[in-house]
Structures are given as structure tokens and as C-alpha cells.
Design a protein around this ligand. Structure first.
Ligand SMILES: *[C@@H]1O[C@H](CO)[C@@H](O)[C@H](O)[C@H]1NC(C)=O
Ligand SMILES: *[C@@H]1O[C@H](CO)[C@@H](O)[C@H](O)[C@H]1NC(C)=O
Length: 443
């Protein structure tokens, strides 16, 4: 262990040994710096002076010399001498201790370097070899010949330790800042997203990013709005649209029937009618439009909601047809004596529930004889008194609807005109056979 820890009996031997030892300890080349962390036995590294420092074994080894021997410290070792022995030298003078070469390193390297196999000096990675004294909070950076203790990014040195910098104190972020160990992160309010610089917040176009609007989406600063197409209304949830039932709003939207449809409504008309100007129903004149099924021998009669095919020849014995709608009872026929001399067929159509009284048909005498007087009456077909006649003058009268009637219904009224001439004691009767169709509807 110690190169020599021997007890020498005599001073002669001591001196010889001492000289030998001094010779061995003398530096080979004193110009070489003497900073080596590895020291030969008996020396220890002194980081302050960057030298190998002699260990005073006399102080550090208990009972280094036994018995009557006294311990003399010496470079690289110590001596045990008889108490009477005198040591005369100036080795412990004021001069610097002689440099001590590292025993195992014939080519010493600068501090922070070490020889490799080829005996050239290479840098010691103090960080990798845990030869540093950086704090756990610090980072060790190896440098050529030495190393450095630094704080990681986002930390700064306070005292010996590295402390996280609260970047949020410096208002880096437009909206919100979250401090993190060693860094920070900006966050944006809902409706915004971080800009390319990761600090400012830019509006998110939610409409382009799958905003849950069912129909229409409008982006606005920081948010978005859902809207609905016409005919829809926005649900309370603000996203979905529900169809507006326009028909429930008003019964006047359509004259006949309102049909709600997604986003709109439409008016419908009963059979025999056509839609006029979106809400009104207009009777289809099948006779006019040619949409009827009447034969050649028939006449087409249009009425509200339909039509009727009537035989063109409607004359019943003893009447004979004289024109399309006129039947005559020949005076020569005895059967005609008590009958109206002529029956003229007419057709008309009225709507249901007309306000009454309502003038519905005017009768006009076609031929006027001087001094004659024409009287008008309903001869048949008015058993319930739904009509009455209002005489206008000698030659005309008005058929008046007396009661509101509801169709579909049909009256065949015989309106008689009696012509009297007191002067010539002449009396003649003719009948207008009026068929009144009452439609099912008020239109
Ligand atoms: C913003 O953050 C992203 C993700 O963390 C990163 O990839 C990007 O480089 C950052 N941009 C800037 C300008 O810092
Ligand atoms: C109507 O009858 C009266 C008599 O009853 C007669 O004086 C008058 O001339 C007649 N008027 C017409 C227009 O025939």
C-alpha cells in the first residue's frame, strides 16, 4: 500500500534512502504543468492548487509508527525514526512543493483531457461520466476541457437553482396563456384558434368546419349563426330547422284546402276546379275545355264543380222540338189546350250558401204585345219555397233565392209567364224550365 512505511534502524540507511527517494521524486521535466487529478500513492489531488498534494500520513494514519519511533512525514510517504534521530533538510521550507509527476502517465494531458490508447489527449466528457456538479435542475454541457451548467430553455437561474420562467406574465398570448414547466402555451376562446405564430387567435369559420347547422350557416367573429330556409323556423337548440305549418296560421291562405309541405304550403282545389292565382279555386268549364264526355246528341251543361250532358231533344209528348232548347205544344193538338204553349230549357249554376235574398235569374218576355200584361210565377219545382219571383215590370221578372241553400243540389223550376190581353180576351202561357245546379262549395 504505502511505497515505504518502513522503520529504519540507522541514520545512514535513512540518508541513503532519503537521497534515493528524492531522486525518484524529482520531476523529469519541471516545465510540465502539474495538474493531475490522479496522484501517485501518498499524494492526493488538491483542486485549489491543481496539484497533487502530499498526504501527511503521520496525521491521517493512527499509530503510523509504533513504539519509540517517531513519525516523519515525507513526500509520498512517511518515515519512522528513532526519537534521537535528527533530520536535517529544508524540504519543509517555504518553497513550493516539488511537482509530482503522475506515475502511470508518461505523457500528461491538460486538465479536462485524458490520454487515449494512442496516448494522445482527448476531451473528458464530464457530463456523461457524472464528473460534474450541475444541479438536478441544471443541464450539463460538455465543453473542450471542461463543462458548463446551464438552465434549460424556459428556466432561469435564481441562486443555485434553475426556476421555471412564467412566460404568461409577459402577455405573449392574445387570449389566454397557460404556463408550463419550461414553456407556455397560448389558448384561444371558443370560436377562435391559434394563428400560425401560436400566440394570436384567429376566428374559426365554423361553417367550413362542420358547424351543426341543419340548413344555413353564417360565420361571425368568434361564433356562428344557424338560419333556416324560407318556410322553416329555427329550433330552440339554435341548429335545427323545423317546417313551419303555414296552414295552421290562417284559414284564408287557401280558398279550399291548404296542404303543408316541407318549407312551403300549397292550395288544393276540389275536383272540377282549378287553382287560380295560388289560392283561389276556379270552376273548370268542361264544356268549354272539351273535357266532357257528352255525345253528339247531347248538349254539355257546365256547372260549379262539374258538368251535365243533356239530351238536345228534351221535348216530351205532346211537345215537339222547334229549336235546340225550345219545345212547342201545337195548338192543333187537343192535349195542348191546358198546357203552356211552349217550354224553353235553360240551365244555370249557383254556389252554396249565397247570402240571401239573391237575384239569380231574370226572366224576360221575348215578344211584347201592345196592351198585353205579363205575369210571372213559379209553377213547379219550388215546393220548399227556396225561391220567389219579383216582378220587375210587364215584360220581366227576377227569380230570387230566398234561403241559403247548400249543394250539391239541383232544382228544376218551371217559371211560367202568363200573357193576358183583356182587350182581346187573350191568355197565353209559356214556361221557362230552369235547371238550377247548386255547387257543393261557396266558390
Ligand atoms: C406552433 O406550434 C406547433 C405545434 O406545437 C409547432 O409545430 C409550430 O412550429 C409552432 N409555430 C411557431 C411559429 O412557433
Ligand atoms: C203594362 O200593363 C199595363 C196595364 O196592365 C199597360 O197599361 C202598359 O202599357 C203595359 N206596359 C207594357 C210595357 O206593356
Amino acid at each position: 500500500m504505502l511505497p515505504f512505511a518502513s522503520c529504519l534502524p540507522g541514520s545512514l540507511l535513512l540518508w541513503a534512502l532519503l537521497l534515493l527517494l528524492l531522486g525518484a521524486a524529482s520531476p523529469q521535466d519541471s516545465e510540465e504543468p502539474d495538474s493531475y487529478t490522479e496522484c501517485t500513492d501518498g499524494y492526493e489531488w488538491d483542486p485549489d492548487s491543481q496539484h497533487c498534494r502530499d498526504v501527511n500520513e503521520c496525521l491521517t494514519i493512527p499509530e503510523a509508527c509504533k513504539g519509540e519511533m517517531k513519525c516523519i512525514n515525507h513526500y509520498g510517504g512517511y518515515l519512522c525514526l528513532p526519537r534521537s534521530a535528527a533530520v536535517i533538510n529544508d524540504l519543509h521550507g517555504e518553497g513550493p512543493p516539488p511537482p509530482v509527476p503522475p506515475a502511470e502517465h508518461p505523457h500528461p494531458c491538460l486538465p479536462g483531457y485524458e490520454p487515449d490508447e494512442q496516448e494522445s489527449c482527448v476531451d473528458v466528457d464530464e457530463c456523461a461520466q457524472a464528473l460534474h456538479d450541475c444541479r438536478p435542475s441544471q443541464e450539463c454541457h460538455n465543453l473542450p476541457g471542461s463543462y458548463q451548467c446551464t438552465c434549460p430553455d424556459g428556466y432561469r437561474k435564481i441562486g443555485p437553482e434553475c426556476v421555471d420562467i412564467d412566460e404568461c406574465r409577459y402577455r405573449y398570448c392574445q387570449h389566454r396563456c397557460v404556463n408550463l414547466p419550461g414553456s407556455f402555451r397560448c389558448q384561444c376562446e371558443p370560436g377562435f384558434q391559434l394563428g400560425p405564430n401560436n400566440r394570436s387567435c384567429v376566428d374559426v369559420n365554423e361553417c367550413d368546419m362542420g358547424a351543426p347547422c341543419e340548413q344555413r350557416c353564417f360565420n361571425s367573429y368568434g361564433t356562428f349563426l344557424c338560419r333556416c330556409h324560407q318556410g322553416y323556423e329555427l329550433h330552440r337548440d339554435g341548429f335545427s330547422c323545423s317546417d313551419i305549418d303555414e296552414c295552421s296560421y290562417s284559414s284564408y291562405l287557401c280558398q279550399y284546402r291548404c296542404v303543408n309541405e316541407p318549407g312551403r304550403f300549397s292550395c288544393h282545389c276540389p275536383q272540377g276546379y282549378q287553382l287560380l292565382a295560388t289560392r283561389l279555386c276556379q270552376d273548370i268549364d268542361e264544356c268549354e275545355s272539351g273535357a266532357h264526355q257528352c255525345s253528339e246528341a247531347q248538349t254539355c251543361v257546365n256547372f260549379h264543380g262539374g258538368y251535365r250532358c243533356v239530351d238536345t231533344n228534351r221535348c216530351v209528348e205532346p211537345y215537339v222540338q222547334v229549336s235546340d232548347n225550345r219545345c212547342l205544344c201545337p195548338a192543333s193538338n187537343p192535349l195542348c189546350r191546358e198546357q203552356p204553349s211552349s217550354i224553353v230549357h235553360r240551365y244555370m249554376s249557383i254556389t252554396s250558401e249565397r247570402s240571401v235574398p239573391a237575384d239569380v235569374f231574370q226572366i224576360q218576355a221575348t215578344s211584347v204585345y201592345p196592351g198585353a200584361y205579363n205575369a210571372f210565377q213559379i209553377r213547379a219545382g219550388n215546393s220548399q219555397g227556396d225561391f220567389y219571383i219579383r216582378q220587375i215590370n210587364n215584360v220581366s221578372a227576377m227569380l230570387v233565392l230566398a234561403r241559403p241553400v247548400t249543394g250539391p243540389r239541383e232544382y228544376v223550376l218551371d217559371l211560367e209567364m202568363v200573357t193576358m190581353n183583356s182587350l182581346m180576351s187573350y191568355r197565353a202561357s209559356s214556361v221557362l224550365r230552369l235547371t238550377v245546379f247548386v255547387g257543393a262549395y261557396t266558390f
